[in-house]
Design a protein around this ligand. Sequence first.
Ligand SMILES: Cc1cc2nc3c(=O)[nH]c(=O)nc-3n(C[C@H](O)[C@H](O)[C@H](O)COP(=O)(O)O)c2cc1C
Length: 168
Amino acid sequence: MFKRIKVSEISENPVDMIGKKWMLISAGTADKFNMMTASWGGIGFMWNVPVAFAVIRPNRYTYEFVENRDTLTLSFFGEECRKALSLCGSKSGRDTDKVRESGLTPWFCESGAPAFEEAQTVLECRKLYSQMMTPEAFIDKSIIDKWYGDGNFHRLYALEIINAFVKG
Ligand SMILES: Cc1cc2nc3c(=O)[nH]c(=O)nc-3n(C[C@H](O)[C@H](O)[C@H](O)COP(=O)(O)O)c2cc1C
């Protein structure tokens, strides 16, 4: 149901793909996994490989799964799944069965990382680099007041895109 394409064949604008459509960050194994909605990040080229960037606050349940595995996925959906993405971005997998409540159907990549059959595009990613954001590192300090008043900084991940899948 998915076919593999080259990352360079993704024709959509990544700013809209992430910022407007949003994405699900999913990690774990078939036995236990979790997913959360994200609308901040990027897609680019670094260390001579295609990469994606994601930022995850450590209090997210998904964070534990991302930290504990080498791979994770970024899944992109059509407008018909907006409700499912809103749910995955407002409820925590700690106290909600998000698979059941969202109605999404898990699908597992070769690395074992979870994604969803309803996705239009799935990026299977391998962690390359991660670093906690720190107040000192902000050049524009107004971002701290605006987004991190509670001190709950994101961890930034640079991820190699090891496979890109689209509905085929
Ligand atoms: C549109 C949208 C975008 C979001 N983007 C991010 C993000 O980039 N990073 C993040 O840590 N949380 C983000 N969130 C919040 C998480 O999705 C939310 O806290 C979620 O309930 C976490 O679920 P979990 O505890 O099961 O991991 C976003 C939420 C929404 C609705």
